[in-house]
Design a protein around this ligand. Structure first.
Ligand code: ATP
Ligand code: MG
Length: 371
C-alpha cells in the first residue's frame, strides 16, 4: 500500500495543499499547531472512514469555509486508486471511489489500510477496557467486513434488549420476549468472540517477538483475550451456549440494573509481561515498548491477511524514543511507507526519504534525502 498524493482542500487549517509522498519514510516537521497531526488525521480518515479526533465532522472544515475535501491517490496492489471524501456544513459526508459515488461505507472499508500510533495509545495499557476494545475493533473492522456487520448488529440487539429490560421493571409480562433477544445476542456475540479470540492469539505471537527485539530483554509479552464467560479458549458454539446460560442466570440482575451485564461489550485484553499484568506493574519504558510491539503486530496482521503492507502513521512518537528503539523502527520500516510527525527534527536519527516542513497549514518547503 503506497500513497502517491494527498490533496487537502479547506481541511482543518489547510486551504489547498498537495503532499506528494515518497515510497519510504516521510517526515512532517514543524512547530506546534502548524497542521502536522491534521495531515495524519486526513490520511487515517481514509482507513477508518471517520476521524479519530472528533465526533462532529463539521469541525474538520476550515473555519469560515462551506466545504472540505480530502483526495487520496494510492496504489494498493490491484492498481492506482483514488478516494475522495467531501464534507459540507450541515450535510452528511460524501465518498467517491475512482470518481464514482459510494453510498455504503462497508464498500470502502479496507480499501486503504494504515496503522496509526499516537501518544494517546500509550494509555492503552493502563486505562479502562474500553480503550483496548477500541484498539481491537478498529483493527478488526478494517480487516473483516463480516465482523463490522456483526458488531453493528450486536450493538443494535443490545440496545433493544436493554430497552426491554427496563420495560420489564414495571411490566413482568414482557419477560417472555427476552428469550428472543437472548438468542440473537448470543448468536452475534459468539461470532465476535471467536474472531477476537483468534486475532488476539495471532497478535500475541507477533507482539512477543517485537517486544524482545525492542526491549532487548528476555521478558515475555503476552496478550490474552479476557471475556467474562470463560477463562479458556472455546469454540463458537460452546461460547454461544455459555452466553445463553449466563444471560438466563443473570436475568434478575439485568432487569434490576436495566442493562445487560455480560457479553462481548465487557471484553478486555489481559497484557502480561513475564506473567505479570502490565496494567499494575509496568514501567513507562516497558509500556512504550509493549505498545510499540502491539502496533507493529497490528501492521503484521494486516499484511499477513491482505498481502499488502499498511502505511504506518507515527504521530509525535519517534522523537520520544531512544536511539535503539528508533533504529529498530527504521529497520522495520524498510520497504514500507511511513508518515511521521515531529516538532524536533533534531531528535530524529534518520532523516528518511522526504521531509515536509509545515507552517500555518502550508507546506513551506520540502527536502528529499538521497539514499
Ligand atoms: N477546522 C479548522 N479550521 C482551521 N484551523 C483549524 C481547524 N481545526 C484545527 N485548526 C487549527 O489547526 C492547528 C492544529 O493543527 P495540528 O493539530 O495538526 O498541529 P500540529 O502541527 O500537529 O501541532 P503539535 O506539534 O502541537 O501536535 C491549530 O492551530 C488549530 O487552530
Ligand atoms: Mg500534533
Amino acid at each position: 500500500m503506497k500513497i502517491q498524493a494527498l490533496k487537502l482542500e479547506n481541511f482543518r487549517n489547510f486551504e489547498n495543499e498537495t503532499f506528494t509522498f515518497s515510497d519510504g519514510i516521510n517526515i512532517l516537521a514543524g512547530h506546534n499547531a502548524q497542521g502536522k497531526t491534521n495531515c495524519v488525521e486526513a490520511i487515517y480518515f481514509c482507513s477508518c472512514l471517520k476521524s479519530y479526533r472528533v465526533l462532529k465532522e463539521e469541525q474538520l472544515i476550515r473555519f469560515g469555509a462551506e466545504k472540505a475535501e480530502i483526495t487520496l491517490n494510492f496504489e494498493n496492489g490491484a492498481g492506482n486508486e483514488e478516494m475522495k471524501i467531501i464534507f459540507r456544513q450541515g450535510r452528511p459526508k460524501e465518498f467517491r471511489y475512482n470518481g464514482l459515488a459510494v453510498s455504503r461505507l462497508r464498500d470502502l472499508l479496507g480499501c486503504f489500510q494504515s496503522v496509526l500510533f499516537t501518544p494517546d495509545h500509550l494509555n492503552l495499557i493502563k486505562e479502562g477496557p474500553h480503550k483496548r476494545r477500541a484498539f481491537l475493533d478498529m483493527a478488526l473492522c478494517s480487516l473483516d467486513l463480516n465482523y463490522t456487520d456483526q458488531l453493528l448488529n450486536y450493538q443494535k440487539i443490545l440496545k433493544n434488549r436493554n430497552a426491554l429490560l427496563r420495560q420489564c421493571q414495571s411490566d413482568r409480562r414482557q419477560e417472555e420476549m427476552l428469550e428472543i433477544w437472548d438468542e440473537k445476542l448470543a448468536e452475534a456475540g459468539s461470532y465476535i468472540a471467536e474472531i477476537r479470540q483468534n486475532y488476539i492469539a495471532a497478535l500475541s505471537g507477533w507482539a512477543r517477538d517485537f517486544y524482545c527485539a525492542i526491549a532487548r530483554k528476555e521478558e515475555k509479552l503476552k496478550l490474552i483475550y479476557l471475556n467474562a464467560l470463560t477463562k479458556s479458549a472455546v469454540g463458537r458454539e460452546e461460547y454461544r451456549e455459555l452466553f445463553l446460560r449466563r444471560l438466563a442466570r443473570m436475568r434478575e440482575t439485568d432487569i434490576a440494573m436495566g442493562q445487560t451485564m455480560s457479553g462481548i461489550h465487557k471484553d478486555d485484553i489481559l497484557i502480561l509481561l513475564s506473567g505479570k499484568s502490565m496494567k499494575f506493574f509496568a514501567s513507562q519504558g516497558q509500556i512504550r515498548s509493549a505498545v510499540l510491539a502491539m502496533k507493529l503486530a497490528e501492521a503484521e496482521a494486516i499484511s499477513s491477511r491482505q498481502g499488502t503492507e499498511p502505511v504506518l502513521l507515527l504521530d509525535d512518537i519517534l522523537s520520544e524514543l531512544d536511539a535503539h528503539r528508533q533504529n529498530f523502527i527504521f529497520r522495520r520500516m524498510a520497504g514500507r511507507q511511513t508518515v511521521l510527525t515531529t516538532c524536533e527534527l533534531g531528535k530524529i536519527r534518520k532523516k528518511g526519504e522526504k521531509i515536509f516542513f509545515i507552517k500555518e497549514g502550508k507546506i513551506a518547503r520540502t527536502r528529499e534525502n538521497p539514499g
